[in-house]
Write a protein that binds this ligand. Structure first.
Ligand code: ATP
Length: 226
């Protein structure tokens, strides 16, 4: 079915950290299948903006919609359901180090309501294949390189078939060559239809993999052209 509604939109939104206004009057849309970079200096508000999108910060002023959820009307009980439709990837890999890859992924499936063992097993195989880690199910996180761990984190974010992946500096802890490979994984996921919003300081990546770019600057979000 063709659906032209944005998967993520903000309209005249103010982004606060506590009582401090970080970004004011923010409006933009992201549509299905778009790849969007979010850039800006340290402290310019990138993480705060992303946190608002996955309801780690409440939207106090203006309107927002993410994967069909109206941010300004969101109740605490809605947050887990919003997060099922939004995959989140951070700079720090945040796997459980006391369990293997399969158990890490199964934990998320159980926590998001999956019960059928065969379906869980199939889905885990699918997402691991998607990130090129199909043979790594039984590995413990400490047996994986940083890049491999980040691939598992991306697989984990894909488990519930999110409409959009939100990534905050996902290559920040990786060597340049490995960062390129991780970008390749994001691009492949994006080509399959998942929108991506990625905060990054890595301008080399943007040059290598050009995309729509938003910049946090002087308390505003501006669209860069050309
Ligand atoms: N938990 C918090 N409480 C209060 N203020 C915060 C909090 N987190 C961030 N801030 C402030 O909000 C502003 C924006 O920070 P934010 O982390 O969103 O920037 P950023 O662009 O993501 O920076 P970086 O590139 O360093 O990650 C900064 O002035 C920061 O000091």
């Amino acid at each position: 079915m063709f659906n032209s509604d944005p998967v993520l939109s903000l309209y005249e939104a103010d982004i606060y950290q506590d009582t401090k206004l970080v970004l004011g009057d923010v409006s933009f849309d992201i549509f299905k299948g778009e790849f969007v970079y979010l850039i800006g200096r340290t402290g310019s508000g990138k993480s705060s903006l992303l946190k608002t999108m996955y309801a780690d910060l409440w939207l106090q002023q203006g309107r927002g919609k993410v994967a069909g959820f109206a941010l300004e009307k969101l109740k605490p009980g809605d947050v887990p359901f919003l997060r099922r439709k939004v995959g989140i990837v951070f700079q720090d890999f945040q796997l459980f180090f006391d369990r293997n890859v399969e158990e890490n992924l199964k934990f998320v499936l159980r926590a998001t309501g999956w019960t059928d063992k065969a379906k869980m097993s199939n889905r885990i195989s699918e997402v691991l294949m998607q990130v090129g880690m199909g043979t790594h199910q039984k590995r413990m996180p400490h047996q994986l390189s940083g890049g491999e761990q980040q691939r598992i984190v991306i697989a984990r974010a894909m488990l519930n078939e999110p409409l959009i992946l939100i990534a905050d500096e996902p290559t920040g802890n990786l060597d340049p060559g490995v960062a390129d490979q991780i970008m390749g994984v994001f691009k492949q996921i994006n080509n399959a239809g998942t929108a991506i919003l990625m905060a990054t300081h890595n301008y080399d990546l943007i040059h290598k993999f050009p995309g729509r770019t938003l910049r946090c600057q002087d308390g505003q979000v501006i669209e860069l052209h050309g």
